[in-house]
Design a protein around this ligand. Structure first.
Ligand code: 2P0
Length: 341
């Protein structure tokens, strides 16, 4: 376990007067997660409580590294991949307040992300999971993982799941969420190939899109009502490592969520032609006897799950699919953790 570093630094208070305070800093990394039973809809907007439970797989190779430095500057700062990022700052500030209290010193937060941000690859999940772990260590607040998950979830619903590795279920209670790790990262060697079909940021953020769906889609209420059935099917499939059963419920749940989006007013369509072409490629793979299933989030990228014996053919078929720009390939990863700075 890497501990937060505390350095003694001097601050000038007034001309000629100095004092010594602790400089509190720590770094953490977290991976995005891909939901197979999706979170779409909020029960409580102010607290960002999800309307439904969800079930996800944490990825191994996509990663956000976050350094939190409570450096007692005049205001919080956020730097993402070397650039000042004021747009996300208020969410970061609120998250730091929840971890370390509103009386905390101001912080400089630096984030490095090795995959596209805001493009339907759950970059906010890995970001806020890493942020809570780094802030918790830097401020020595000693919160346990479930508390950090709840704080991360208040910033970004899916971020709660990235505190944990492997296969994770988020339960949505009336008043708070709960999290259960259903399988460890090394328990089931699922493979994920992400087909990138567009690199730009999505036109509508998922938070606003969820609100629009709840207010306007005629299918929203049945989406909510059926979610527990899908969660039970997915949980059972994970328990016995039934890839085909997991794939069936995952594709069904994904298409149901997108039906809610499409039937919103105005419609929310994150897909492009390559998204559809990838779905067809997966169907053809299955027709040829290869076990694979897809899922798609609030963006045009297609995530294809397979077992190790099929991952090469999945990658080859997706590479040849019209409109696929590039691919990312990964296995199942661990939860958020501290790293050396
Ligand atoms: C999920 N998504 O379960 C679903 C599927 C996108 C589609 O969670 O508003 O960025 O910050 O709580 O976590 C993306 O939504 O939403 C998401 P907020 P978040 O992964």
């Amino acid at each position: 376990m890497v501990r937060a570093r505390f350095e003694q630094v001097s601050y000038n208070l007034a001309p000629g007067e100095t004092t010594t305070r602790q400089k509190m800093t720590a770094s953490a990394e977290a991976h995005p997660n891909i939901a197979l039973v999706k979170y779409w809809g909020k029960r409580d907007l102010a607290r960002n409580l999800p309307a439904v439970g969800s079930l996800s797989v944490t990825l191994a190779d996509l990663c956000t590294q976050m350094t939190v430095d409570f450096d007692a500057g005049d205001s919080d700062r956020l730097i993402i991949n070397g650039q000042e990022a004021p747009a996300m700052l208020s969410r970061v500030t609120r998250c730091l307040d929840l971890v370390a209290g509103v009386d905390r010193p101001c912080a400089t937060v630096e984030s490095q992300c090795n995959f596209p941000i805001g493009a339907g690859l759950a970059s906010s999940a890995s970001a806020f999971a890493a942020l809570t772990v780094a802030a918790n260590a830097a401020a020595e607040t000693g919160h346990e993982a479930l508390v950090l998950a709840k704080i991360a979830g208040a910033a970004s619903g899916s971020a709660a799941r990235s505190l944990y590795g492997g296969v994770v279920e988020l339960s949505a209670g009336d008043d708070e969420i709960d999290l259960t790790q259903l399988a460890e990262a090394d328990e089931w060697p699922l493979q994920v190939v992400v087909a990138i079909t567009a690199e730009e940021e999505k036109p509508l953020g998922s938070g606003a899109a969820m609100i629009r769906s709840a207010e306007t889609s005629p299918f929203y209420s049945s989406w909510i009502e059926r979610q527990d059935d899908d969660l039970a099917l997915a949980r059972d499939a994970v328990a016995v490592k039934d890839f085909v059963a997991l794939g069936e419920v995952a594709e069904h749940n994904c298409l149901k969520m997108h039906s809610v989006m499409w039937s919103s007013r105005p419609p929310i369509v994150y897909w492009n032609q390559a998204t559809l072409a990838c779905m067809e490629s997966v169907r053809l793979l299955r027709e040829n006897g290869h076990h694979a299933f897809f899922t798609i989030d609030a963006g045009p990228q297609v995530k294809v799950f397979s077992m190790p014996d099929a991952v090469d053919i999945v990658e080859e078929v997706l590479r040849k699919t019209p409109g696929v720009l590039r691919m990312l390939r990964t296995g199942v990863g661990d939860g958020a953790r501290l790293i050396p700075k």
